[in-house]
Write a protein that binds this ligand. Structure first.
Ligand SMILES: *Cc1c(COP(=O)(O)O)cnc(C)c1O
Ligand code: SF4
Length: 348
């Protein structure tokens, strides 16, 4: 198994050098050409640093990472493009803000063994890898200690041992990072091991990859996800309708055709999707790709992300209005994660 503690760029480049140019691996080649340099990304979308306010920065930790196909969905020469805003490091994220912390949802207290979290009844969450196909500036795990607990192999072994010694876990959630950054062999081995847990009914993946890197959603991957004993659920993470272009829709339809249940979670983000029109178009676009809106999260107060926050009252008002113009099944639940609570807190 590859070491999941590597940065995405390093692992993607290594994969390219190691493997033949087969179609099944095209997502790795695509990742290897992702933007990692702020100025190159800005140049690609027709902007200069001087056009940006607040000024851009080049962070040393949690560096910029944006696949080219995602950058190609951004409007040209628009410093306020909602997709650009999600990924562009700015000076605002270096401002310390009271109440904003490294671990805003107290993942540390939920740690069962390294890489395995349990907060809620009947489901456990496995941190499969720290790697993602894109770096979102508002990510609540942007400071997560992914390197704890030894190699990926050791962490998986420890997590599976803990799960087999327990009873009552019915659903394992593969999260991260992004679980679809594992290659097919690693994922198949993990799914096969999880399937052995007798009480388990469902396996769920939390992933941003279907819209960020749809070439990852190969027929072989769909078959691996849907071919076992467990009911597969994929919760994607799409914040804006512009993220759902034709390749992303096809990837989602492919998953759906294989029998995978599809849900979406978004984060309510200032300047990205904090208006009625965008949220209603998002629900529409999701459903046309067979995805049901699930959660709309209020921002977790992670340090570096305060400039994305929408106050709870404004969020409630927005979702109440959304309910007036959409069928009930297209309205996501507005939720906040309160550390220590027995579930996500549903606000509307
Ligand atoms: C959010 C979360 C879940 C999933 O909660 P659902 O309400 O079932 O979607 C599970 N485990 C952890 C640790 C979580 O943070
Ligand atoms: S894809 Fe998810 S885990 Fe990765 S940076 Fe974005 S929000 Fe965080």
């Amino acid at each position: 198994m590859p070491d999941g503690n590597q940065t995405p760029n390093v692992s993607a480049k290594a994969a390219v050098m190691a493997g033949p140019a087969v179609e099944a691996q095209s997502w790795k080649r695509e990742l290897a050409t992702a933007f990692t340099d702020t100025e190159a990304l800005l140049d690609f979308v027709g902007l200069t640093p001087a056009q940006l306010d607040p000024a851009m920065i080049s962070p040393r930790r949690f560096p910029l990472l944006v696949p080219r196909r995602f950058a190609a969905l951004m409007r040209r020469s628009d410093p306020n493009d909602p997709l650009l805003r999600q990924v562009l490091p700015t000076a605002a994220e270096t401002q310390p803000t009271p109440g904003y912390q490294a671990d805003p949802v107290d993942d540390a207290a939920a740690r069962w063994v390294p890489g395995l979290l349990q907060k809620y009844a009947r489901r456990a969450l496995l941190i499969t890898t720290g790697a993602c196909a894109v770096h979102c500036r508002y990510c609540f795990r942007r400071h997560f200690p992914y390197n704890e607990g030894g190699t990926q192999h050791d962490r998986f072994a420890g997590a599976l041992a803990a799960l087999s010694a327990s009873t009552g876990i019915e659903e394992v959630i593969l999260s991260g990072g992004d679980p679809l950054m594992l290659d097919d062999d690693a994922l198949a081995a993990l799914l096969a091991a999880i399937e052995q847990l007798p009480a388990l009914k469902r396996v769920r993946l939390h992933t941003r990859i279907p819209s960020i890197l749809p070439s990852r959603i190969t027929g072989a991957l769909c078959a691996a996800l849907a071919g076992g004993r467990l009911q597969p659920v994929v919760v994607v993470h799409i914040n804006h309708p512009a993220e759902l272009d034709e390749p992303a829709r096809s990837a989602l339809l492919r998953l759906s055709e294989h029998g995978v249940s599809l849900l979406n979670q978004s984060v309510l983000l200032r300047g990205v999707n904090d208006d009625l029109e965008t949220l209603s178009r998002l629900s529409d676009a999701l459903f046309s790709a067979r995805v049901l809106p699930y959660y709309l999260h209020l921002l977790d107060p992670v340090s570096g992300a305060a400039h994305f926050d929408i106050p709870e009252q404004a969020g409630r008002a927005l979702v109440a209005r959304l309910r007036e113009c959409l069928p009930g099944y297209l309205v996501p639940r507005l939720v906040r994660e309160r550390p220590g609570a027995a579930s996500k807190t549903v606000l509307v």
